[in-house]
Every structure is written in structure tokens, then in C-alpha cells.
Design a protein around this ligand. Structure first.
Ligand SMILES: [Zn+2]
Ligand SMILES: [Zn+2]
Length: 252
């Protein structure tokens, strides 16, 4: 299985060669998409990724650095569908989000005719298993990056289990502590946001845990202004650390 990084930046002002957060798990020729920051469909398609293999899109929360590319991603799939005369390989595409507004808003931008060739579904995220098929299980757990309202929790992290491997994706979190239960149980990959947290403190915090590889993404200004030196410092604490860049592909 592979991880594709389409956007590695947090919600900063634009930075050269970096777009806001989006990545996908590529397993058994199927793409499970996580967050949809600006330009993610463009980055993926121009890198040769087959967008007709997307089956599920998980949005961790409604902030624009995680959602800005959603309408364009759905539009590009539609474009490929009509140009290649092929439907998405796995049928309807499901969008998961804590708020239906994100999904409805994307469809509103796309206009009514958009739905004419392939269908999309919406699932409201709550704690527990969101998706389970023969190969992949995705479990959501709320965090407090966004304050809950009467309608429920508004931001989530994910545990992704794929054929015996465990991946944890932080989304945006109020505190790394919120991920402790999953991290202390051990994981093959941890994708951790650095927009709100110091990468060296994160490495110190989890250096004794069984983390196969720690991927930092959702970079904030602090990490971007001191990328190489900070990476060196992190690797002194925890050797298996990568600071992700847009376009990176990792085999797991
Ligand atoms: Zn963010
Ligand atoms: Zn956020």
C-alpha cells in the first residue's frame, strides 16, 4: 500500500511548491482520500494518480485548508468520467464530514448538472467505524480542535486499518494527547499535523512508542522557516521521521 501526499501545508498564506492539506491511502488499486485542501485534484492528476479510483473522501473538519479543493476534486472526477467515458471504478463516491454543509456547499458550487453521471453520497462523521470493507477499516474519533456545538463534534482524527497495518491520521488536534490511546497501542504510520504543535516536542512525547514511521504534514510557518534544521533535530530524537512535501509517495 502507498501513501500519496497531495498537500503538505497548513492554512498559512500561500507558499511556493506547497498546497494545503490532502493525502490518500492507495490500497488494492483504490484511493481513500483524507482532507481536500486547495489544488489536491490537480496535484494528484498531474502526478499520474487515477482519480477514477477514488471511492471515499474523509474530511476531518470544515476549515478551508482541509476543504478548499473538494469541489474541484469532485469536478475533476466528473471531467475524467465524461472525457474517458468511464465511471469511478468503485461506484458512488462517499464524502464523510462532521458537517453536511461542507458537502452541500461543494455540490452547490458545482451546480445541478454535475450529478448527472456519477453519484456522491454523504455520511456525517461520528465516533466509531465510518467504513469497513474486506481490506480497510476507517474509525473516527473526535478531537477538540474545533469546539463542539449542539449538532455534535466538529473535528475528527482517524485510525485506518488496512490488511494488518495501522495508520493514525491526526487531522488537526487541540493537543497531541488526544491521539495517545491510538499511538500507545502502536502503529505502522502516524501522520501528524505540525500546524499547531512543535515537531520536536511531538518526537519527545512519543519517542518510546511503537511508531513505524512518523510523517509530519500540515506544516505551519514555524516548520517551513526552519525545515532542514528542524528535521535534523527531530531525527536525533526519533530516526523514523519524515517532513512531507507535496507529491511525496511512500510505500508502507
Ligand atoms: Zn488545518
Ligand atoms: Zn483546522
Amino acid at each position: 500500500m502507498k501513501i500519496h501526499i497531495f498537500g503538505s501545508c497548513s492554512g498559512t498564506e500561500p507558499f511556493p511548491d506547497r498546497h494545503q492539506t490532502a493525502w490518500a491511502l492507495d490500497h488494492m488499486d483504490r484511493l481513500y482520500w483524507f482532507d481536500a485542501g486547495e489544488g489536491c485534484g490537480y496535484t494528484a492528476h498531474t502526478a499520474g494518480v487515477d482519480l477514477l479510483s477514488v471511492s471515499d473522501i474523509f474530511i476531518s473538519h470544515s476549515h478551508l485548508d482541509h476543504t478548499g479543493g473538494l469541489p474541484h476534486l469532485l469536478w475533476t472526477i466528473r471531467k475524467l468520467n465524461s472525457r474517458l467515458k468511464k465511471l469511478p471504478k468503485y461506484g458512488d463516491i462517499t464524502v464523510y464530514s462532521p458537517q453536511e454543509d461542507v458537502y452541500r456547499g461543494a455540490l452547490l458550487l458545482l451546480g445541478n448538472r454535475y450529478q448527472s453521471t456519477y453519484r456522491t453520497n454523504f455520511v456525517k462523521e461520528t465516533d466509531g467505524i465510518l467504513l469497513k470493507n474486506d481490506h480497510v477499516t476507517v474509525t473516527a474519533q473526535h478531537n477538540l480542535h474545533m469546539k463542539p456545538t449542539e449538532e455534535g463534534y466538529r473535528s475528527f482524527s482517524y485510525l485506518i486499518e488496512a490488511d494488518g497495518k495501522k495508520l493514525v491520521y491526526s487531522g488537526d488536534v487541540a493537543s497531541p494527547e488526544e491521539l495517545d490511546p491510538w499511538v500507545s497501542a502502536g502503529c505502522d504510520a502516524l501522520l501528524m499535523e505540525t500546524g499547531h504543535h512543535s515537531p520536536t516536542e511531538i518526537c519527545e512525547r512519543w519517542k518510546d512508542q511503537r511508531i513505524g514511521h512518523l510523517f509530519f504534514l500540515h506544516h505551519g510557518r514555524a516548520i517551513l522557516s526552519n525545515f532542514d534544521a528542524l528535521l535534523k533535530e527531530c531525527r536525533k530524537i526519533l530516526p523514523n521521521v519524515t517532513f512531507c512535501n507535496d507529491g511525496d509517495v511512500f510505500e508502507l
